[in-house]
Write a protein that binds this ligand. Structure first.
Ligand code: FES
Ligand code: FES
Length: 157
């Protein structure tokens, strides 16, 4: 197809070369082309944070990002973060602090939390809350989410 563009993405440590229409979002490329369905589509309009992934270590709303714009980038999705026998510290903290119920927002929350911790931002609980405000939770697990992030921050500082 002449409309297709070639996009190189390193996803969770694996190199992929995809042929995509220029208007395909990074979210759809991950979910549909690569079958990585851990990243969720909530609103598809940049309003819920369910689609958050890490691109070159920074948190990004993948529904608002065109895949072709990230040619040559490194993407980490929830599938690339920890595994059942070796959870990431943020995943452990989410379990310990009851930071999820239905789990729909959780992959995005975890990617966002890891990005925030790596950015070294958010001194206080209020700042962390503010920096996580783009990730909505319909189940009201927000208190647990912030508790989990604060616990990881305090352990690593
Ligand atoms: Fe991307 Fe809601 S699906 S912000
Ligand atoms: Fe259900 Fe957050 S745990 S939306």
């Amino acid at each position: 197809d002449q409309n297709n563009q070639s996009v190189a993405l390193m996803v969770n440590g694996h190199q992929h070369r995809l042929e995509l229409k220029p208007w395909v979002s990074l979210l759809d490329a991950l979910r549909h082309t690569l079958d990585l369905t851990g990243t969720k589509k909530g609103c598809d309009h940049g309003q819920c944070g369910a689609c958050t992934v890490l691109v070159d270590g920074k948190r990004v709303l993948s529904c608002l990002t065109l895949a072709v714009m990230k040619d040559g980038s490194e993407v980490t999705t929830i599938e690339g973060i920890g595994s059942p026998d070796s959870l990431h510290p943020v995943q452990k903290a989410f379990i310990e602090h009851d930071a999820f119920q239905c789990g729909y927002c959780t992959p995005g929350q975890i990617c966002s939390a890891i990005g925030l911790l790596e950015e070294g931002k958010g001194e206080t609980r209020e700042e962390v809350q503010d920096l996580m405000s783009g990730n909505l939770c319909r189940c009201g697990a927000n208190r647990g989410i912030i508790n989990a992030i604060m616990a990881v921050k305090n352990e690593t500082e």
